[in-house]
Design a binder for this molecule. Structure first.
Ligand SMILES: [Zn+2]
Length: 234
């Protein structure tokens, strides 16, 4: 899996190197394209103290800004913004390009900072996003979203759920109607879904496959690969 991911990343670099010249300032004339940028001062000002919290242990240099396009259920094109780890930037851009080409419906792709980095608010708005720094509860380990190594898609319709002390938790709370994965509704991610196929082809794991909890919106890089990339803070 590791070799495959690296190969795909290198191939994507070659493919996009000729078209990714425009930076974030070129958004007006480059709105129709998919591109990657470092976290410029302008972008950093939007995330500092929000998703890039004051105690953020991830270097700013490890993050990349993605500008992309996505299509809604009505077939209308929208611009999207996402911040991910540089290790997966080319892979994620490639996935979103293929989703767009296939007219795969995604309602919103906004920085979680537009919701003051409040995950629940972002999920209730069906927003798709990646980077939001946080430690795993009661540890000094950084979560996968905290490293920009996990991506959530169409979050309202693909909620997270777990039973804790006999009580079912659903995030977002408004996602409860979509816990029935046999029901038919838009944006549903399952094993036949193109989003599932593309992310897993690029080496991601799907939270819908977990046994002790379900996170239908969530795709992440496997822990063993992350431990190779970040050996000191597994
Ligand atoms: Zn997630």
């Amino acid at each position: 899996m590791k070799k495959r991911l690296i190969l795909l990343t290198r191939a994507a670099c070659l493919l996009t190197s000729g078209t990714a010249a425009a930076g974030p300032d070129g958004a007006e004339h480059d709105a129709s394209s998919f591109w990657i940028s470092p976290i410029t001062d302008e972008i950093f000002a939007r995330i500092q103290g929000k998703s890039f919290k004051d105690d953020c242990t991830l270097p700013r240099e490890d993050l990349r800004y993605l500008h992309l396009l996505h299509m809604d259920l009505n077939g209308e094109t929208h611009e999207g913004e996402m911040i991910v780890n540089y290790h997966i930037a080319e892979d994620v851009l490639d996935i979103f390009r293929k989703l767009y080409d296939a007219k795969y419906p995604i309602e919103k792709i906004r920085l979680v900072d537009e919701y003051d980095a409040d995950d629940e608010a972002s999920m209730e708005d069906n927003n798709s996003s990646s980077f939001n720094f946080r430690f795993i509860s009661h540890t000094t380990n950084v979560s996968k979203h905290g490293r920009g190594l996990a991506v959530d898609i169409n979050t309202l319709y693909n909620p997270y759920t777990k039973v804790v002390d006999g009580e079912r938790i659903v995030e977002p709370v408004t996602g409860e109607p979509y816990l029935d994965r046999e029901a038919d509704f838009p944006y549903k991610i399952d094993h036949d879904d193109l989003c599932f196929k593309l992310f897993t082809e690029h080496g991601f794991e799907w939270g819908g496959d977990w046994e002790d909890r379900k996170d239908y919106q969530h795709f992440e890089i496997p822990t063993d690969l992350i431990n190779e990339w970040y050996p000191s803070n597994g």
